[in-house]
Design a protein around this ligand. Structure first.
Ligand SMILES: Cc1ncc(C[n+]2csc(CCOP(=O)(O)OP(=O)(O)O)c2C)c(N)n1
Ligand SMILES: [Mg+2]
Length: 350
């Protein structure tokens, strides 16, 4: 029934969620066999390579991404909760599925919320994806997906702000410099930007609490856990507000001699909340907080410290510090010129 529906479809799309994180190359094969624009939730980042011609990354909360989904006559959603933080992160209720919805999930209840499936399949993601690939092999479906994807990409690039581009360029630079790096983020601006624009090179490389309740302070202890659990280099992304919730955990990383990079995003306050207040014309209450001097604080916890102000300085520092034996804070100020400079050449999907 699913195969027949996809064959009859005019402009299907695929939504892969975190439930697909262990699906093999078939995830890519299925997108190609169906010839559908494909979105990845934040937890599914890395399932398709960044420059894959059918991938629209994790941009389903942005207008150009949403339009592709809203126009689709069939939506194939696999292992995704279709939750707000992935599909309606600006909470404006504008995410719409107008076509027929096929859902595949290993949780029966999830198949009907928050969007009711027209066709619901209770299954492990790998089994379902491989099964569909087998059924579709040899059938050349053509849905002009690449041109729909390219059109949406152009619109997404045109809508990019310098801040967004600068923050994503910073993340991409680190990704390309530190092999197999895992990012573990808090609720801070570069994480919000990266949730949309960052392209992971493999799954399980991009974690943060913003996909759930977004508790401040998560990003530091979770990064320590990721480092212990994976033996990979880890960069914690955390703000000057959020780090104050759990900064004492630094001494744990020092005790374990973990060369954890803590990228401390400094904007002298609860920046994202301040922005909401400014945009809403509200009085700024409780967001311009006093933040500590992080250099002596780091030293007190047995951690290193660098104030990062240039691209080359960051690259040199990373080379040295990931081989080190202590956690280290890299303080970056949101107003640093090098970010805007890097953003000028940033293109998503690479
Ligand atoms: C425990 C907790 N309190 C409040 C919030 C609401 N909140 C989300 S982001 C944010 C601002 C965090 O500031 P900072 O860590 O400096 O990051 P920035 O937004 O400035 O980049 C706040 C207060 C939250 N997520 N968790
Ligand atoms: Mg801040």
């Amino acid at each position: 029934m699913i195969v027949e529906s996809l064959k009859a479809a005019k402009n299907p799309v695929i939504l892969y969620g975190g439930g697909c994180v262990d699906v093999d190359h078939d995830a890519q094969t299925l997108a190609e066999l169906i010839d559908a624009p494909t979105f990845l939730t934040i937890n599914a980042k890395g399932l398709l390579p960044p420059s894959h011609p059918l991938s629209l990354g994790s941009n389903q909360s942005l207008e150009a991404g949403r339009a592709v989904i809203a126009e689709a006559d069939w939506v194939l959603a696999i292992g995704t909760e279709l939750g707000e933080t992935d599909y309606d992160v600006f909470f404006n209720g504008e995410f719409k599925i107008n076509g027929m919805l096929i859902r595949i999930d290993c949780d029966a209840q999830q198949l009907q919320r928050p969007f009711r499936a027209d066709i619901a399949v209770l299954s492990d993601a790998q089994m379902a994806v491989s099964g569909l690939c087998n059924r579709l092999k040899g059938q050349s479906l053509n849905h002009q997906a690449v041109s729909r994807v390219n059109e949406a990409k152009q619109a997404l690039l045109a809508g990019m702000t310098p801040d967004f581009a600068g923050q994503n360029a910073l993340l991409q630079l680190i990704r390309d410099e530190v092999k197999d790096v895992i990012f573990v983020g808090d609720s801070t601006q570069p994480v919000y930007s990266g949730n949309l624009g960052f392209e992971a090179l493999a799954t399980r490389r991009w974690f943060n609490s913003s996909t759930g309740f977004g508790t401040l302070g998560y990003g530091l202890p979770a990064a320590i856990g990721a480092m212990i659990g994976s033996n990979s280099p880890v960069v914690s992304l955390i703000g000057d507000g959020g780090i104050q919730f759990t900064i004492a955990e630094l001494i744990c990383a020092a005790e374990l001699e973990l060369p954890l990079i803590v990228l401390l995003w400094n904007n002298q306050g609860y920046g994202e909340i301040r922005r909401y207040m400014e945009e809403g014309g509200l009085p700024l209450i409780g967001v311009n907080i006093k933040t500590p001097n992080f250099e002596p604080l780091a030293a007190g916890f047995g951690a290193g410290y660098r104030r990062i102000t240039a691209k080359q300085q960051l690259l040199d520092a990373l080379k040295e510090d990931i081989k080190g034996k202590q956690p280290i804070i890299y303080e970056v100020d949101e107003a640093d010129d090098f970010l805007i400079e890097m953003g000028k050449t940033f293109t998503c999907f690479s």
